[in-house]
Structures are given as C-alpha cells and as structure tokens.
Design a protein around this ligand. Sequence first.
Ligand SMILES: *[C@@H]1O[C@H](CO)[C@@H](O)[C@H](O)[C@H]1NC(C)=O
Ligand SMILES: *[C@@H]1O[C@H](CO)[C@@H](O)[C@H](O)[C@H]1NC(C)=O
Ligand SMILES: *[C@@H]1O[C@H](CO)[C@@H](O)[C@H](O)[C@H]1NC(C)=O
Ligand SMILES: *[C@@H]1O[C@H](CO)[C@@H](O)[C@H](O)[C@H]1NC(C)=O
Ligand SMILES: [Cu+2]
Length: 163
Amino acid sequence: MAFKAFLIAIIIAAAVASAVATDYMVGDNAGWNLEVNYTEWAKGKDFRVGDTLMFMYNKDYHNVAKVNGTDFQQCNASNASNLLRTGSDTITLATPGKKWYICGLSDHCSKGMKLVINVAAALEAPAPAPTSAATIFCPLKSYAWILAAVLLTIMASSNSNKL
Ligand SMILES: *[C@@H]1O[C@H](CO)[C@@H](O)[C@H](O)[C@H]1NC(C)=O
Ligand SMILES: *[C@@H]1O[C@H](CO)[C@@H](O)[C@H](O)[C@H]1NC(C)=O
Ligand SMILES: *[C@@H]1O[C@H](CO)[C@@H](O)[C@H](O)[C@H]1NC(C)=O
Ligand SMILES: *[C@@H]1O[C@H](CO)[C@@H](O)[C@H](O)[C@H]1NC(C)=O
Ligand SMILES: [Cu+2]
C-alpha cells in the first residue's frame, strides 16, 4: 500500500515537473540550420533547469557540438565534450549557467550556426545544493507531495473502511 502510494507520488511529481518544464525547438519550425539567427531566437527566452532543447536538422549537413565558451568563440568543435548527430537530438538542461552549442560541420559555425544560452535555476525552486536524493524530488514542487499525502490518506482510510 505504501509502495503504491510512493509510486503514485513519483508519477505526480514527474507530471508536475513536466508541466512546468518547457521544451524548446531550437529555431522553432525552421530548426537547426544556416537560415536562422540563433542569437535572435534565444533573445528574451527564459531557459530553466529541467527545460529541454530540441535540435532538428538534416544529419547529412549538420550536427550539434556542445562546447565551452572558448571553443564557441573560435568555432572549434574538434574536441566537443558532446557531439550529437542523429538529426533529432534532445538535450535536457541539467545545470544552471551558460551553455554553448555549435554546428561542427564545414564552416557553419562561423556562418552563424551557433547558440549560446544562459540557464537559470528551475522555477519555484530556490535552488538547493544538489546533495541528496531528496533535493531531486523536493524542488519538484512540494504540492505534488501534498497531493500524494492526501492520496495516501484517502487510500489508508478506504482500506480501514473494509476492516
Ligand atoms: C543576429 O541577431 C543579433 C541580435 O539581434 C544581431 O546582433 C546580429 O547581428 C545578427 N546576426 C546576423 C548574422 O545577422
Ligand atoms: C581546437 O581544439 C583542439 C582541441 O582542444 C585544439 O587542439 C586546436 O588547437 C583548436 N584549434 C583552434 C583553431 O583553436
Ligand atoms: C575548452 O575546451 C578545450 C577543449 O576543447 C580546452 O582545451 C580548453 O581549455 C577549454 N577552455 C575552458 C575555458 O574551459
Ligand atoms: C579533449 O577532451 C577530453 C575529454 O574532455 C580531454 O580529456 C582532452 O584532454 C581534451 N583534449 C584537448 C586537446 O583539449
Ligand atoms: Cu551545419
């Protein structure tokens, strides 16, 4: 019974979290290519931990290299920590701070296929230090746990009614 309630709590927490997180299609309908000004695209967007970036592109011509600030400035994808090339890549923004992405093929980066964003802490979470499992779930909106507690109470009482 407690385990069932725990599962329900996790499902609710996940649902609430995904309702709060935003999925960004990089370049919107135009996708990831040479046609979009990604500085313009990122302008005014409030990127948060837990949000996702979706890169959609023709994998014969483009890829997505996650780089640092230096390699971003120099359009150097030769030692990218993360090279994505499926044509449909989703990146979850896991930590706050600046994130840099460039296309590593041909001279696309210097032609403008580069995106830098600034990721802020998750919404409504005062960003506790990620030290324990509890911090993974607790900023996931405490009202999910209140809901779970209510459910648990209901389940417990319906159980005792049968006795
Ligand atoms: C892209 O947009 C930014 C911000 O509006 C602008 O400063 C920049 O010149 C543009 N880049 C190109 C290549 O047009
Ligand atoms: C690109 O990065 C690689 C690996 O870090 C480095 O060896 C190379 O010198 C860099 N190239 C330029 C032009 O910065
Ligand atoms: C950026 O990454 C390159 C490897 O690609 C590394 O040589 C360089 O020291 C890094 N720069 C910073 C500021 O971390
Ligand atoms: C390339 O990246 C790897 C892994 O991050 C690192 O061990 C290596 O030293 C880097 N090479 C250069 C030339 O920066
Ligand atoms: Cu490209």
